[in-house]
Design a protein around this ligand. Structure first.
Ligand code: BT5
Length: 269
């Protein structure tokens, strides 16, 4: 069980994590943070739950958070004047904070564009950013992070579309969920003032999964095969097509998979 008093005494970090709203079970920490935001809750508000019954992925997908085995939390951010283009960077900021926290445990995490954190090709964490806008200005954003920590947090294979793992399995031990969450929040706070900066894009690129490899990007109506060059300004994914042309993919509902180079036709692996 997470120790709420311990969390309260160690937070805020870089202005994030206070006030803390803790739930043994909740529908979705993102939904709760969004409703707190509408009621005027301050920047840095943190919603943590030991279990989510309606945990959300992107585009209406589900995120599984069984009790006492994962980390599921949402931060309410009220950044001044963040342009719409920086929304993609906010997702990266979350994934980067998770990847760096994992590195602190001696294991190497990779970021699968745009929002997955992977360990040896298996998904260990996901990030969901939801925003509320007034015109083209961001009023508030909810940065939701889900991390599989114990083996019980890993969903059954038939429930998920890419293989999943958890931190304990990768580390070969039992990590302290409290310390891990603090590290992620600290990392998010550290990167927040650098949203949209070349430093953030560089750190993202250094951990980018499938870099320099052939990938398939499934867009809503068609697929594109190309070499993944990296992430550019605005968090756009850059691919080199076999014509030599550079193709940029903006943030959206995109499925990214490596190409199995051994097969003649492009095949999802
Ligand atoms: C994500 O979406 O990966 C974003 C997940 C964000 C979860 C956090 S938890 C705290 C906060 N509150 C919420 O309600 N949500 C956020 P997406 O890229 O769309 O991936 C969703 C897909 O990941 C699903 O369709 C499954 O295939 C797979 N999946 C679901 N639960 C998983 C888990 N625990 N581990 C690995 N894969 C999972």
């Amino acid at each position: 069980m997470l120790d709420v008093e311990r969390l309260q005494s160690d937070l805020p970090s870089h202005g994030l994590g206070e006030p803390l709203h803790f739930f043994q079970s909740i529908g979705s920490t993102n939904d709760h943070a969004m409703s707190l935001a509408r009621d005027g809750a301050p920047h840095g508000t943190l919603v943590v739950a030991e279990e989510q019954t309606e945990g959300k992925g992107r585009f209406g997908r589900k995120w599984f958070t069984p009790p006492n085995s994962a980390l599921a939390f949402s931060l309410l951010l009220r950044p001044e004047g963040i342009p719409i283009e920086a929304m993609g960077d906010l997702t990266a900021l979350g994934a980067l904070a998770v990847a760096e926290a994992i590195e602190g445990l001696g294991i190497e995490g990779q970021i699968k564009w745009p929002n997955d954190v992977m360990l040896i090709g298996q998904k260990v964490a996901g990030v969901l950013v939801e925003g509320s806008w007034i015109g083209d200005q961001l009023e508030h954003a909810i940065l939701g992070i889900g991390i599989n920590v114990r083996p019980e947090s890993v969903p059954p294979k038939e429930e998920i579309d890419i293989p999943a793992t958890c931190i304990d399995t990768a580390v070969g031990g039992r990590v302290d969920r409290h310390d891990l969450m603090l590290k992620v929040i600290e990392g998010a706070g550290k990167w927040l003032p650098q949203l949209g900066s070349p430093a953030l894009i560089n750190a993202w690129n250094q951990r980018l999964a499938y870099r320099d490899q052939a990938v398939i990007v499934k867009l809503s109506k068609h697929e594109i095969v190309g070499k993944l060059l990296g992430v550019g300004v605005g968090g756009r994914l850059q691919l080199m097509l076999n014509t030599g042309e550079i193709f940029e993919v903006a943030f959206g509902d995109v499925h990214l998979r490596p190409v199995d180079m051994k097969s003649k036709s492009a095949k999802l692996v």
